[in-house]
Design a protein around this ligand. Sequence first.
Ligand code: HGY
Ligand code: MN
Ligand code: MN
Length: 406
Amino acid sequence: MDINYDRLWKRIHSLGKIGIDETGAITRWPFTKEDMLAKEWLKNEMVEVGLFVYEDNVGNIIGIYNPANSTESPVICGSHYDTVIHGGMFDGTLGLLSSLEVAQTLKENHVMLKRPFYVIGYKDEEGNRFSRGMIGSKVISGKVSEIDFCSKDSQDISLFEAIKTAGYHPEKYIESKIDPIYASLELHIEQGKVLEDNDCTVGVVEGIPYIQRYKIRMKGISGHAGATPMNHRTDPVIAMCNWINEITRIVKNKPYTIATVGKINTVPGAPNIICDHVSLTLDIRSIEEHILNECLLEIKEYEKKLEKTGIHITYELCQNIEGVKCDDRLKDMMESIMKKRNLSFIRLMSGAGHDSQNFKDRCPVAMIFVKSKGGISHRKEEYTSKEDCKNGANVLLDMVLKLCNE
Ligand code: HGY
Ligand code: MN
Ligand code: MN
């Protein structure tokens, strides 16, 4: 049995049209017009496939395939339907629509399953609007915290208000937890170059890193850009540049550890004023939590030197997601499926974070990767070939057939 990859390819391009701009970049932030159009489209597709469809209290879309009316714990499978700003067509979309395609293929072949199969469109995985991210999977896995709902966007709208305004019930988020879960599966683009560099068609994901995300504020002393001598300044921009060099040096010496400053803002932000303060984001990741914490201790040591020069540094923790090691039995199962389908494969770590990691300690977790052309992602040039989409989705189909009949 194989999935219908023309249909999958067509759906990927249909969803990819929602939120696309004149340059071909896609932006679908949670609880925006584009997001609501996408979820209506997704719901209609799920209903047309013949799934039992519902939206939970925060906007996750769940489609259930359960022809035997089984009361066993479900296998859940899906990915997110939001994007980063100016993102691509495959991140999240491929995994979600492949799960839908698997359900439709099972239905067309009148396949009975011992366990229900849940197709899930997760809300707000990227955290581009409210800076926290993975809200949908945190709610379904029961890992969301009240503070997540307090995070605000640049218009000072809280996530809680945005969810409420969209017509959902964030105050009842606990009722949206899915428990128990038999296993969690996710197909996703690799977003790096390991598969391409090793000329492999698919990847068995070993694990997903711990991710911490901070908003950092560095306060200096504002002043006149012309009348203040260089040796009489407490310039937070200079401090920030030195700090960025230092955190880069710290993580470079650590295995599977990365740090990114993705957003910087200078205040007051005029060419002829020495800044009063700068705010920046730090996204730091490692497959081992202790390594991540060692990096933070080292940078705090360095900050003592900056503070001696009059710079004052404050942190706000925006995201703290546990890493997960994928389940050994499921990885072996996936590998044997790939061998049977004569697909070249490699085992690899994920660099990116994924909704799947929220199911750590909730159920066994497994992920399949397919190639990202040139390792490009989070950009409009993001691309995965039709053939690779087909191969990834067929491996997903076989995993579902096995797990849903255990
Ligand atoms: O940030 C990530 O790794 C994912 O794309 N949300
Ligand atoms: Mn992403
Ligand atoms: Mn993603």
